[in-house]
Design a protein around this ligand. Structure first.
Ligand code: SAM
Length: 281
């Protein structure tokens, strides 16, 4: 199915990028589009009003949440009636850890043109200045808020060689870093904080080093180096000791390390005991 975006009289759904902290990151085209459409749907109208007032955007607007199927159907009806509509989220690109996916899907299913007005997005912006290998990368967004689910997700990501991009909230950052250390190993990471704002900051180092920080506040992206056999486990015994220092019982530490390395846990147990005995001699 081919759909041209700019057949002038036809309905169109614009996905418009908005700034991730610095109002000046709004593009000319984004402003123009928001001024010219018939209606804007915004994730949180209180936040977007600041943007509208700043750029003198007078278009009518309404709120839009991912989970409102009723609202999605209403927007599709408006598009079918020929309206030009823009959706925006609170920051950055709609859909990227933000609402809008179902609407885009339904618009495409109804043969309606969908077009992106590009601009800032926190993940990619953080990636390119992190200093970590930029390609290939895996963008993950937010890990689950429940620890058990978060650990499962990290286990699924453990052997991916790509640089990993995560979003995280400040109240969960240390829990997440601890889970990453436990499951991914002591990888090199970059935390990009408060991008485009006055207190923008990049914090680089191994996970264990960053865990020593007293606090981490503000909005942040985590860029995590990908799986590398050498870097994840320089020495299997060091890895076991590391698990033990994190509070694991020795047997569980050996079990986890064996799982990580895909080796027999009984063999590893014997090797570890020998290693410890030799060290004591
Ligand atoms: N749609 C947005 C985008 O395109 O990046 C992401 C929205 S998501 C709900 C919000 C998360 O993005 C924050 O919790 C944080 O992890 C990240 N984020 C947004 N703005 C940021 C900024 N200025 N600096 C660092 N991270 C930011």
């Amino acid at each position: 199915m081919r759909i041209r975006s700019y057949d002038t009289d036809k309905a169109i759904l614009y996905l418009v990028a908005t700034p991730i902290g610095n109002l000046k990151d709004m593009s000319f085209r984004a402003i123009e589009t928001l001024k010219s459409v018939d209606k804007i749907y915004a994730e949180d109208t209180r936040n977007s009003k600041i943007l509208f007032d700043h750029y003198d955007i007078k278009t009518i607007y309404e709120s839009y949440h991912e989970f409102s199927q009723e609202k999605t159907s209403k927007i599709i009806e408006e598009l079918k009636n020929g309206m030009k509509i823009a959706i925006i989220s609170d920051a950055g690109l709609p859909i990227i850890s933000d609402p809008g996916f179902k609407l885009v899907k339904d618009a495409i299913d109804n043969n309606i043109a969908v077009s992106t007005i590009p601009g800032a997005s926190a993940g990619i912006s953080a990636l390119i200045s992190s200093g970590l290998v930029a390609m290939p990368y895996t963008f993950y967004g937010f890990l689950d808020s429940k620890e058990s689910k978060r650990k499962e997700e990290l286990n699924d990501l453990k052997y991916i060689k790509h640089t990993l991009i995560f979003y995280e909230a400040p109240h969960r950052i240390f829990d997440t870093l601890n889970n990453m250390l436990e499951i991914l190993g002591d990888r090199y990471i970059c935390i990009a904080r408060e991008l485009t704002k006055t207190f923008e900051e990049y914090i680089r180092g191994n996970i264990s080093e960053l865990l020593k920080l007293e606090s981490l506040k503000g909005e942040m992206v985590l860029i995590v180096s990908g799986y590398e056999e050498k870097s994840i486990i320089t020495n299997k015994f060091v890895q076991i000791d590391e698990f033990i220092s994190l509070g694991y019982k020795p047997n569980d530490a050996i079990k986890e390390t064996a799982k990580m390395l895909n080796v027999d846990k009984k063999e590893l147990y014997k090797e570890y005991i020998d290693y410890k005995n030799n060290k004591l001699r």
